[in-house]
Design a binder for this molecule. Structure first.
Ligand code: SAH
Length: 371
């Protein structure tokens, strides 16, 4: 039956090798050929895989499939940013954004349908949480974007960077996000260097320790406040894992991975966290550490109570940080005319959370502390 067929999209290399050996009695190099077809050439049809024997292709048809989410809508911004909404089922949709720049092209992908972290300034949080994306649904976003952009890994490629900065908290879907990232890094997958795959987290400390042991990618951390009092309000997970615990995990991550630095994201909210004293507090937290600050002008969305800090306040904030020896840059807003900017992704989510983090303290997933 069609539904029993295994979706090969997103299967880690070792699992694909085991699959072709056990189910099809084929040699491991067949798995490598399949990976090239799926990720390099963006194939979804076994019949088209011309260097595979006809019998083998026919056999594959019966036990396997390459199935990707369906695109519901595409929007193109005046600045060239593209946003796709992908159907997850009859009602749910998630969003993926491509951001072209002169020297690179960044694909911003989602990891969950909605989000349970409940950050007070984020549009996705307003939608609530429905479910985790599967490995195939995460990898499928790259597969689809590549197809839509006419792109493939290699010289002159359009997708040079992947960031897990779309809908969802990637570390709350650790089990599926890590295998997906391995496909991004695999030279038979999307063949990206570890500096070009970035996972952004609101601060799930136990999973940062786990990730340090298991997967080598760049880490971005949504800090947004220089003290616990304020961060408790903006990023509720802080009430479980406060700033000093989070920063300790960050430095551990870099040590383990031999990484260069961590990017801290800081959304600029008018009159909330944008005063020069906040910049000085931040500098005290991060001075002498391998840290970069990325200041994100707040992007408005319907129903928000926050306003974007005035441009002059953002520049002054950056200058105070720079004067204190902290590297800080201002993120250019992209795609806001199509609601594709940071924090504007809403997709279509039916909230299934009974209690959200900000309302009551619940851990989004049972967590294991590895130290
Ligand atoms: N859940 C992960 C991944 C989301 S990344 C995380 O929190 O890191 C998206 C980034 O945009 C995060 O730093 C997030 O805090 C920030 N963001 C959320 N809402 C925003 C908004 N309205 N304007 C600007 N940035 C926002």
């Amino acid at each position: 039956m069609a539904s029993d067929r295994v979706n090969l999209l997103g299967l880690p290399r070792a699992e694909l090798e085991a699959f072709v050996a056990e189910r099809l009695g084929a040699k491991p190099f067949r798995a490598r050929q399949l990976m090239k077809w799926i990720y390099r050439r963006g194939a979804s049809d076994f019949a088209a895989m011309s260097d595979l024997a006809k019998d083998f292709r026919a056999q594959l048809e019966t036990v396997a499939k390459i199935s990707v989410p369906e695109i519901v809508t595409e929007q193109v911004s005046a600045d060239g940013t593209r946003k796709w909404m992908l159907r997850m089922d009859e009602v749910q949709g998630i969003e993926t954004v491509y951001i072209p720049e002169p020297d690179r092209g960044t694909l911003c992908i989602s990891s969950q349908v909605g989000c349970a972290m409940d950050c007070s300034f984020c549009a996705t949080a307003q939608q609530g949480f429905n479910r985790n994306l599967s490995v195939a649904e995460i990898v499928g976003q790259v597969w689809l974007a590549q197809r839509e952009l006419g792109d493939s890994p290699g010289e002159g490629r359009k997708i040079t960077n992947i960031v897990l900065m779309g809908m969802g908290e990637p570390l709350a879907n650790y089990r599926n996000v890590v295998p997906a990232m391995r496909i991004f890094l695999d030279d038979l997958g999307y063949d990206l260097s570890r500096r070009r795959v970035t996972l952004s987290t609101s601060g799930l400390v136990p999973q940062i320790y786990k990730l340090a042991e298991e997967c080598n990618v760049a880490l971005a951390v949504s800090l947004h406040a220089p003290n616990d009092e304020l961060r408790n309000e903006l990023v509720p997970i802080n009430r479980i894992h406060p700033i000093d615990e989070l920063l300790t995990a960050c430095w551990h991550y870099l040590d383990k991975q031999n990484g260069r630095s961590i990017t801290f994201e800081y959304v600029m909210l008018d009159g909330i966290n944008d005063r020069p004293e906040h910049a000085k507090q931040l500098a005290r937290l991060l001075r002498g550490r391998p840290a970069k600050l990325n200041l994100i002008p707040f992007n408005v969305f319907p129903g928000t109570r926050y306003r974007r800090s005035p441009a002059a306040a953002i520049v002054r904030f950056r200058d105070v940080l720079n004067d204190q020896g902290i590297i800080a840059t201002i993120r250019r807003t992209r795609g806001d005319d199509i609601d594709a900017a940071c924090g504007q992704l809403a997709g279509r989510v039916t909230d299934r959370t009974l209690v959200r983090l900000g309302k009551k303290l619940v851990s989004p997933e049972p967590t294991v502390v590895l130290r």
